[in-house]
Ligand binder design. Structure first.
Ligand SMILES: Cc1cc2nc3c(=O)[nH]c(=O)nc-3n(C[C@H](O)[C@H](O)[C@H](O)COP(=O)(O)OP(=O)(O)OC[C@H]3O[C@@H](n4cnc5c(N)ncnc54)[C@H](O)[C@@H]3O)c2cc1C
Length: 466
């Protein structure tokens, strides 16, 4: 039987249940659908599209070495996908289409429409779960409800973990055919060379990065993960977000490192980050209102967010007058990645200090991030804005000045991204406006204490009306 594997956010040949399932059933063809218009509606930025393009090129080569052809199909919008896929399957004579699940609402609706059209044409559709360890719906409370708080989710998730189940799957055996791999220069109009030096995108690049991290930095992770000046984290998020690496490959590597029930504190801390990743995927799958731009806690849809385009621009451009915030925002714009500590600090600054809608920040991060991932990004923004699951309490605001002294004590990171502050002594670095120096750097656009009082008043009024 001819099988068609539809690759999406699982651009790898190793540990890919959909690919292996197809190969168990007969001949395999593969496709990747380019939905440029839809990606733009989802705010996917150029750097990320280029990264995906490079990964697709590399996947095409890997598949060709297994005798499998990967073809690219254009369907600008998700609404065009069912007919495009049906036509392609019919042209190949495929009677079976397989893919790994995606969980945001638009993707779920697209997949349902695809399934309806294919099944109506006697083509079998098989959906696997290659992007998570436990599929959404399988980690539930005693009452059978989805979790909305991370720690109990994690406990049940861990209880249900069978180490054998996360052993990465082998790639499929080669097929007896000779294939010339497709290679694209542009994907959805974006040159795939964009950012190539900083963000190599092959499966082999991802495995190398995982190996380097688990052979060294993971041993200090719990101590170094919060210090942006250090390379203390894995930087695997971009690969995990497009599936050139699976979360199970990461978990497996961590378990190999610390086999005795993750006794090592550092490895366990890193392992937990991957569980957070699963958690937000479960949230997106089981609480679909978050995919529709709504607050997880619906009462917070009422927050009267401020319209303040000038402050929003200052935030995006790294010119708020708060050095740690500005350093993070400049890192994001320059590199397409931002350290987790700074994602929290900058997101909280936008939503709490400036009282600007978290959806503005969510969209801007998506446009800039190479690792832009709906579930993790939405989860992170709603956590920071106190509107989400497990969210930080509404009265908790990181003070960007003290966060600076605490997490960048020598000012190395801040000075790297804000050269205007190179000559400011570290003890004044996070309040440069208090020095007599004549600096080409803005004064704070908002006062911390006043901002704190304002946001607490707003949240309190919503809570008392609820
Ligand atoms: C406002 C905000 C927005 C975010 N947007 C994204 C996003 O678009 N894409 C994204 O992958 N992560 C996002 N995160 C989560 C986190 O910041 C990044 O995953 C992490 O910084 C990536 O760096 P790393 O690969 O070195 O992580 P490591 O510390 O090495 O962690 C390993 C992996 O665990 C996962 N992970 C770590 N922290 C989280 C988390 N809090 N939530 C979910 N998964 C996590 C990531 O896949 C990461 O690669 C966001 C966090 C916040 C606060």
């Amino acid at each position: 039987m001819v099988n068609l594997v539809w690759f999406r956010n699982d651009l790898r040949i190793n540990d890919n249940p959909a690919l292996l399932d197809a190969s168990d059933q007969g001949t395999v063809h593969a496709c990747f659908i380019v939905s440029g218009e839809q990606w733009r509606q989802h705010k996917v930025g150029d750097r990320r599209i280029a990264f995906i393009g490079r990964a697709v090129n590399s996947l095409a080569k890997e598949l060709a070495s297994l005798g499998i052809t990967l073809q690219l199909i254009d369907a600008a919008n998700f609404s065009q996908v069912p007919i495009a896929l049906l036509t392609h399957a019919n042209n190949l004579g495929a009677r079976r289409v397989v893919f790994n699940a995606e969980y945001p609402t638009n993707e779920v609706e697209r997949d349902q429409a695809v399934t309806d059209v294919l099944q109506a044409n006697d083509i079998e559709v098989v959906r696997s779960h290659g992007g998570v360890t436990h599929p959404p719906g399988s980690v539930l409370t005693n009452k059978g409800a989805p979790y909305s708080v991370f720690t109990p989710f994690k406990k049940t998730w861990l209880k249900q973990l069978q180490p054998d189940a996360i052993r990465p799957l082998a790639p499929p055996p080669p097929q007896d055919s000779s294939v010339h791999p497709v290679q694209v220069d542009h994907l959805a109009g974006v040159p795939v060379s964009l950012g190539a030096t900083d963000w190599p995108a092959s499966e082999a690049d991802a495995s190398r990065l995982l190996k380097t991290f688990t052979e060294g930095p993971v041993d200090h992770y719990a101590h170094t993960r919060n210090i942006p000046a250090l390379s203390g984290t894995s930087k695997l998020s971009a690969h995990l977000s497009i599936g050139t690496l699976s979360s199970n490959q990461c978990l497996h590597a961590a378990l190999q490192k610390s086999p005795e029930k993750l006794a090592d504190h550092h490895t366990r801390a890193w392992f937990e980050q991957i569980i957070w990743r699963d958690f937000y995927r479960h949230v997106v799958a089981l609480f679909p209102h978050v995919s529709r731009g709504q607050a997880f806690r619906r009462q917070y849809n009422q927050i009267p967010w401020r319209q303040d385009p000038a402050s929003l621009e200052a935030w995006k451009n790294g010119r708020t007058g708060y050095p740690l915030v500005d350093a993070g925002m400049r890192q994001l714009r320059a590199t397409g990645w931002m350290h987790n500590r700074l994602r929290m600090v900058t997101a909280m600054f936008l939503t709490k200090h400036l009282l600007i809608d978290w959806r503005e920040g969510e969209a801007y991060f998506m446009e800039q991030l190479v690792d832009g991932d709906f579930a993790a990004n939405n989860g992170g923004w709603q956590w920071s804005a106190s509107t989400g699951t497990d969210a930080t309490p509404y009265f908790r605001l990181f003070n960007p000045t003290t966060q600076g002294s605490r997490f960048d004590p020598q000012g190395l990171f801040t000075k790297q991204w804000i050269p205007e502050l190179a000559d400011v002594p570290v003890k004044h670095l996070f309040e440069p406006h208090k020095t007599p120096l004549n600096l080409a750097y803005p004064r704070p656009i908002v006062d911390h204490k006043r901002a704190r009082d304002r946001v607490i008043t707003v949240f309190k009024s919503i809570r008392s009306n609820a």
